[in-house]
Design a protein around this ligand. Sequence first.
Ligand code: AMP
Ligand code: MG
Length: 365
Amino acid sequence: METTIAVIGVKENPECIEAKLSMAGEIIKRGGLVAFPTETVYGLGGDALNPESSRKIYAAKGRPSDNPLIIHIANWEDLGRIVSEIPATATKLAEAFWPGPLTMIFKKSDLVPSQTTGGLDTVAVRMPSHPLANLFIKKAGGYVAAPSANLSGKPSPTLAKYVVQDMAGRIDMILDADGSSIGLESTIVDVTTEIPIILRPGYITQKMLSDVVGETEIDVTIYDSDSRQAPKAPGMKYRHYAPKGELVIVEGDPQNVVRYINEQCAMHEAAGTRTGVIGTKEQLAQYHGASSIKNAGSRDTPEAAAKQLYTFLREFDDEKIGYIYTESFADAITVPITRASSDTGIGQAIMNRLLKAAGHKVIYV
Ligand code: AMP
Ligand code: MG
């Protein structure tokens, strides 16, 4: 399949943008697939109400079809057609966080095909804040099913070039625009229960949610490597975001962390394997001996680390790194990071993604 790559520059004039998004919308309405930018990560979109489009999305990603898709909408008024009930908690959360990086799980209406929800009778819905995503969804008929636009098992793409790498030849069109400003997937909250349950941590933290709706819970399987319970968000059970190299999280006293990482890098490099490090600005100058050292920014601004994390993992693949060591971002957590914990801001979402990418390998030093 030939993939049209439509570049949308930051200074592009509104008519050109409109024309490109209209073309993209037509592709969706005809049952085709278009990758598009959002503030979280790039999405791989198809018509959410067309079962054949959902089937194509799974095929393009190589994703198991029991892993349900998130439906992206552009107007609050459009929600009513795809859900059978709008709980009061959802209305409050939408007022606070939509459009934005929050996905809510509702009971679905009959309009939503079971192919889109992986056979579940619930449906995940999000309203992105990225202006291009918003306009694209409107042009596409209002309901765009979209997982992240990566091949299954690869880090989610936060830059268009990674969408092109994974999806060229597999989908109809790629909207090539700016990099994702948040860089991690949306927070997912189940609002079908009396107390909302967080199924996937993200930029919208538990504290932010609780400030709006009172008590919230976290699905215990999120941090537990050997839980026998199935996660409530089916996608969370798959090994995700995996770099080719072996990733290890190193946690403890900063000096011990630096010493351990430097020793490991020296050992592997001496044996002929390239090593990589993800470090914060505060400690960066102390790392030596690794082939590739990534600056995750200051510990005071973990948003910068969140934004760059997936890019780092992809760059390590390109750089043929065999062992990757990262500092932990569990700073504020007083219990072991493998347990659900009190609020740690976006650090919680970063740790959730890192633990998955690392296959839960954590060294305490
Ligand atoms: P992605 O689209 O790649 O960000 O992944 C979507 C995530 O949303 C996966 O982890 C899914 O399992 C989860 N999800 C989608 N629909 C539902 C649903 N109805 N109930 C629970 N989790 C869902
Ligand atoms: Mg994904």
